[in-house]
Design a protein around this ligand. Sequence first.
Ligand SMILES: [Zn+2]
Ligand SMILES: [Zn+2]
Length: 404
Amino acid sequence: MSDVVPARGLLQMTSKPVELDPDVVQRMIEIRRHLHQYPELSNGEFSTQAYVGAALEGFGIAAARPAASTGLIVDIAGMAGHSNRRLAIRADMDALPIQEETELPFASLRAGVMHACGHDAHVAMALAAAASLYRKRHLFRGTVRFVFQPAEEAEPLGGRRIVEEGWIDDVDGVLALHVDPYLDTGELAVGAGTCTLACDIFDIVVAGRAAHAARPHEGIDAIMVGAAIVGELQKIVARGTDPGAAVVVSVTGIEGGGAYNILADRVMMKGTVRTDTQANRVLAHRRIQAIVENLARAHGAEASLHITQGEPPVVNDPAMAGLVARAAESCAGTARQLPGWSVADDFGFYAERSPAAYCRLGVRHGASYPLHHPKFTIDESAMALGARVLVAASLLFLNDGAPA
Ligand SMILES: [Zn+2]
Ligand SMILES: [Zn+2]
């Protein structure tokens, strides 16, 4: 973890700090608990979509539009003059195939499905921010677009679909929060540069020739070739990338053979490659291809490689990150430089299209469990800061012209 650093310039907001109305705070907690009880898996967020639509209407916000099948988009237009400027705020909505093991009174009622990544809180904070901005619409010009996005956790990724459907084409900046159980309540981490890695997966098939295990020279041992590939792949990171870069190549599955006395004619392997920049992504893919092809050829085997591209890295725009840090300071939160995070987030698709800020909101209380753990919980009192920062960042972004 890096040191706590002051937000750039320690700019004081001229207006009063953004506060949430008490009824909005209360509703935010209710929403989060409801969603926690009724989690839905990626691309199956039908009741979540309906619930979010109803919650918006409950705040007086109509005209939400469906997006990416089970997502929802709503624009909150300011009334303090005309501006074409638009900020998009992403809240992911999906849960995970995990059996919840918390003792919460509002634990999941759906067997084997759990909001273990905090997306229930993301939706609730975005709804609270939408309600607050709607009530403050006389205080800003331009538009805040709330994107309630399905399927962050699993393919087909909702972030890719949202971008492909054009919802980010006409926005000037994009913003997302993710809860972080390693930061305390009241802290918000945001910084310029790469903050999540690109995540791609690969499948390798090595085809050799079976033979009696006592007469190996009559066959081509696919297991031996596969093992050589596994070892060689590690050198992409060890010798092919800058020691300061964040690149991971992991073989996570291997299958082949079956008998004690027959050389395997076929080995299947799978794995993941995580990279911090587009350049390292291209380099890693090329090296994997070269290693697989050439090692197989060297031993007389044949091999095929298939790489499935997942989300790109989230690379924060310096000006957008600075703006969010100022928003956090104005809400009496503590802004930290964002330490690298090796997980992936499909917010990377948004960040490819528009200046982005991806921030981590501290939700630690006592002994915290990590994201995706069956006992993962958050400190709900942390959510108010998240919603306030979304509102304050929106006002700064839309009223102050280009972020500086
Ligand atoms: Zn997750
Ligand atoms: Zn998540």
